[in-house]
Design a protein around this ligand. Structure first.
Ligand code: AMP
Length: 482
């Protein structure tokens, strides 16, 4: 587990496609820059990391299980020469099964028109259908990842150039994808699905090299200036012929309305990133301010956060409420990879290992505690108990998102719908369950207020249960089109 993000690890039959991708074009330091950019995206996945570079028409690939720093070192990076690279970080889990390594991206394929590699963030909702069709025609799959279908679709395509083959594959696939490709003949292609569910941005370094990444925090680290998003439905080609980017668009002239994932702003992205053209920090701060206005706590003494995902919203809450923000919970930086349970069971061991209450902040106080979301409700109940045990007189929980009632099909790992506490209980029942004095969620109309004319360009399926793209139905039958 990563110090910032706790990932669910016990839903073994669910696709786990929370990921980060990077693409570097035209830089002699491509592998090192890619490594750094992957570091900046580590919060998007900790199960595995990988990179593919292209040198003298040969693709070199290194993938491994664990954190970016576990997989790569100086000598590994020396084995990845070339001035173009793609990289990937993948979802974290405590399990260490051998099948995991096979699923670590980027994937590489050798086809009749040469080798190419792909790194994908998202989840194809029609993957099973496409895979079954391909298998029917004799394709053999070696992973359980939905991304493998892209390789087959591209390899089978009769289109005359690589980018047209990518376009053809994308038009066959539905769901969430932000992807980067490299080819042995020196092309880099970036593609984002027409709904733009997952983020993908583009920047340039001062030497002219081009960088693609899931979030701008990766551009910042490699000193690339953020230029723009890869637009929903856009397929971008960079190659030697022009050294400039060329754009093509999917589903033109009738693209669907974008449906960018609001949960990136709530939990998933780093607060220092610009995601879908907006500052994540500003969104979270505003969510906290709205909570303070809509769900105030009379005479509270202190506002604290569940670190780190609740920090920015807690700052917004405290500023708006005019109450001091304090560090009532300290997060260990070193929890990392400890999965050893004490033989004598300590109650709430997992949470205690990560979070420690500060008695000096909490004792005898009426405390407002802000977190980003409640999913199953287990974390919140443990935190409330911990704060009370540390001496808090009252614990008022404020959640900087509406109740989560729907599982995500577009690349955020949420448990099955039945396991979502807000699906089974109303707010008062959840309050009792977690043992808080009061509980309030972000009102769902806050998004409309905050996003204004941009409101309709986001996906809120986890809060509404209304899916812009049905996981089994073809694109034409999506809710949008109905
Ligand atoms: P729970 O105990 O299931 O209610 O966990 C809620 C906590 O998990 C929240 O405080 C979030 O910080 C975190 N969280 C929310 N969504 C996710 C996700 N998709 N993956 C991992 N952690 C999450």
């Amino acid at each position: 587990m990563d110090p910032q993000h706790d990932h669910y690890s016990d839903d073994d039959d669910k696709p786990r496609e929370e990921c980060g991708v990077v693409g570097i074009y035209g830089d002699p330091d491509a592998s090192r820059l890619c490594y750094l950019a992957l570091h900046a995206l580590q919060h998007r996945g900790q199960e595995g990391a990988g990179m593919v570079t292209v040198h003298n028409k040969v693709l070199k690939s290194i993938t491994g299980i664990g954190l970016v720093s576990d997989v790569f070192n100086e000598s590994k990076l020396d084995q990845l020469p070339g001035d173009m690279a793609i990289g990937h970080v993948r979802y974290s889990t405590a399990a260490g099964s051998s099948s995991i390594l096979k699923n670590v991206q980027p994937f590489v394929a050798n086809s009749k028109f040469g080798s190419f590699g792909v790194a994908h963030n998202g989840n194809f909702v029609n993957y099973q259908l496409v895979r079954a069709e391909l298998e029917e025609k004799g394709s053999i799959f070696s992973t359980t990842s939905d991304t493998e279908v892209v390789l087959h679709l591209i390899a089978k395509s009769k289109a005359r150039s690589f980018v047209l083959r990518v376009l053809e594959a994308c038009e066959r696939l539905q769901g969430a994808y932000s992807m980067v490709f490299v080819t042995e003949d020196g092309k880099l292609v970036a593609a984002r699905d027409p709904f733009g569910f997952r983020p993908l941005v583009m920047g340039r370094r001062s030497n002219g090299s081009i960088v693609f990444a899931s979030e701008t925090c990766a551009l910042d680290l490699v000193e690339a200036t953020y230029e723009r998003e890869v637009h929903p439905g856009e397929v971008v080609l960079v190659d030697d012929t022009t050294k400039e980017i060329q754009s093509m668009y999917l589903l033109r002239p009738h693209p669907p309305k974008p449906k960018s994932c609001i949960f990136e702003h709530i939990y998933f992205a780093q607060p220092n990133s610009i995601v879908f053209g907006r500052s994540v920090y500003e969104s979270r701060y505003a969510f906290g301010e709205i909570l303070a206005t809509e769900a105030p706590v009379e005479d509270c003494d202190v506002v604290i956060a569940v670190p780190y995902s609740g920090v920015v919203a807690a700052l917004g809450y405290a500023a708006k409420a005019g109450v001091p923000y304090q560090q009532g919970l300290i997060r260990s930086h070193y929890v990392g990879r400890t999965f050893i349970e004490p033989s004598q069971k300590i109650r709430d061991f997992g949470v205690k290992l990560k979070l420690s209450p500060v008695k000096a902040v909490l004792e005898g106080k009426k405390v407002v505690v802000v977190d980003d979301s409640i999913v199953r409700g287990t974390t919140s109940s443990k935190i409330v108990r911990m704060l009370k045990e540390a001496g808090a007189k009252e614990v008022h929980m404020r959640i900087a998102s509406p109740p989560i009632i729907g599982s995500c099909y577009y690349g955020i790992d949420t448990p099955r719908t039945q396991e979502l506490i807000s699906n089974r209980m109303n707010v008062e029942e959840i309050r009792k369950f977690i043992g808080a004095h009061s509980l309030a969620f972000l009102p769902s109309d806050s998004f409309r207020k905050l996003l204004g004319s941009d409101y309709n360009n986001f996906c809120y399926a986890c809060f509404t249960g209304k899916y812009p793209l049905n996981p089994t139905a073809p694109m034409e039958e999506s809710i949008d089109d109905k």
